[in-house]
Design a protein around this ligand. Structure first.
Ligand code: ADP
Length: 475
């Protein structure tokens, strides 16, 4: 079977969050048995030389509403099935979806063009594709175009990685993209309160919809987590399944990760993690490796539970613990964290996006803080476990499905990921979870037993890739 996998970000070329990790790891896992082409925009910020991205020889024009759009197709020299689309409107700017002034005003046109390009490339390169797999709103017009304009036979799967982002635009973009008003501007299409909603179009026109955990598949059909699309999802629930994400065990491997101060395995983790912790503390200007180290790594956005993190810092300052926070994103949180950056002796706040530092944090930490308000799947907790760091998570979405509280289990061996969980999203229960972490750390034998267990839990793509393969084959 051949699959065309379209995504607006793929690691390591361009990444703003977990979508990029998944868009690298799932195709990689499927390539054991299937032919998988990936396709993404060739943003100007992608380093073409570093990744050997070369012109494929294909350039084409596509006329829309009297405007000629040019597309140049690139591929990776050593992996020609990794395809890249260059179009100036889509790619010629510094950022994927936004810059310091906010979202780009023409994202509707940009990712509409990308969706056209996905189909045009498949047709013009004569790729023999059975399934097209699209991801999030940025490629969610592909099913609509495939069904209403191209009349293609391929099966189309849409994965929703985060329902909070839907691609809602003024309806005038319908004209710019020549979308059929009659067939498409309706409830069973992309109409959304007199605007257009790309993700909604994807939900109606895709043959199958997946989201990234079982719990989230249920949650998004309720008003609280449904972000205005709960009814749309209920109507389409016969097509909806939850398939848990995994992480690449090649990309995230403490045994070989070049960014660590010292590599380690589940056998050598005690010394290995301690070396990483000492070097990390020294690098960020903290001391005392005997204290537990709590870290947060993530996008600065409300979803990640940053209000709880901010509030907890004034308590953490008095604990026998160190805290390191690494993140970037919305101005509001950036300013609030920046204001606290040098206030406390045992807390460091690093604002920015730094892949290498994130690996050092996963390796050197004892606990990862993840108090998300909602979390479709979450990768951080899985990466943390692989690097021997226990996750402290809110019981929501994929966090609920991947982490069980250590006090809720009998024998460790019978369980997947183990950490600390809290149900009600408020300071009381968050601090309760942290105090459980502090006392667990005091019982180092038990703590180490859980760390070792978590390092050996299988969160790879093996199981979930097989579920996608089955889904692609279903008629
Ligand atoms: P989301 O996609 O909502 O951002 P996920 O948990 O699915 O969250 O994936 C987040 C990914 O992005 C992880 O690989 C995480 O390590 C990485 N990440 C997030 N913020 C940063 C940052 N500031 N620096 C480095 N890596 C980051």
């Amino acid at each position: 079977m051949s699959i065309l996998f379209a995504s607006s970000e793929i690691f390591p070329y361009a990444k703003s969050g977990g979508l990029a990790d998944v868009s690298q790891a799932l195709p990689e896992a499927l390539r054991n048995s299937e032919r998988v082409y990936t396709i993404m925009p060739l943003y100007d910020l992608i380093d073409r030389e570093k990744y050997n991205l070369v012109y494929s020889g294909l350039t084409f024009d596509y006329w829309l509403a009297g405007i000629q759009h040019q597309f140049d197709i690139f591929h990776r020299e050593d992996m020609p099935d990794d395809l890249f689309v260059y179009n100036p409107i889509l790619c010629n700017r510094q950022g994927l979806y936004n810059d310091q002034h906010g979202d780009f005003g023409d994202n509707g046109l940009r990712f509409g063009l990308f969706s056209y390009a996905v189909l045009e490339v498949m047709i013009r390169m004569e790729l023999d594709i059975q399934t097209i797999h699209v991801n999030d709103w940025q490629s969610a017009l592909v099913p609509l175009l495939a069904k209403t304009r191209y009349h293609l036979p391929q099966k189309i799967v849409l994965t929703i990685h985060n329902l909070a982002y839907q691609g809602i635009f003024a309806k005038s973009v319908m004209n710019e993209l020549e979308i059929d008003w009659e067939k498409c501007f309706k409830f069973e299409g992309l109409e959304y309160y007199d605007k257009v909603n790309y993700l909604k179009a994807g939900i109606f026109f895709a043959d199958q919809i997946t989201t990234v955990s079982h719990s989230y598949a249920n949650e998004i059909q309720t008003p609280i987590f449904g972000y205005g699309l709960n009814e749309t999802l209920q109507v389409n629930s016969h097509k909806l399944t939850g398939i848990l994400n995994g992480i690449s065990y090649e990309v995230f491997d403490p045994k070989s990760d070049q960014d660590l101060y010292k590599n380690f395995t589940a056998r050598t983790f005690k010394n290995g993690k301690l070396s990483n912790k000492s070097a990390l503390l020294a690098e960020v200007g903290l001391s005392d490796e005997g204290k537990p180290l709590f870290v947060f790594i993530g996008r600065f956005t409300k979803q990640k539970g940053l209000d709880l993190i901010l509030e907890s810092l004034s308590l953490f300052k008095d604990f026998e613990a160190n805290v390191v926070i690494l993140g970037s994103g919305e101005d509001y949180y950036t300013h609030r964290f920046a204001a606290l950056a040098n206030r406390y002796d045992n807390i460091r706040i690093i604002i920015g996006y730094d892949e290498a530092l994130s690996r050092k944090l996963y390796a050197g930490a004892d606990f990862l803080l993840m108090p998300s308000i909602f979390e479709p799947c979450g990768l951080n907790q899985m990466i943390a476990m692989r690097y021997g760091t226990l996750p402290i998570v809110a019981k929501t979405g994929g966090l609920r499905d991947t982490v069980t509280d250590f006090t809720d289990i009998g024998e460790l061996e019978n369980h997947g990921g183990v950490g600390i969980t809290f149900e009600e999203h408020n300071m009381f229960w968050f601090m309760h979870a942290i105090s459980k972490a502090l006392s667990l750390y005091g019982n180092r034998e038990k703590f180490n037993e859980i760390v070792k267990h978590d390092m050996q839990v299988d969160n790879s793509w093996k199981h979930s890739a097989a579920l996608y393969r089955e889904l692609y084959q279903q008629h």
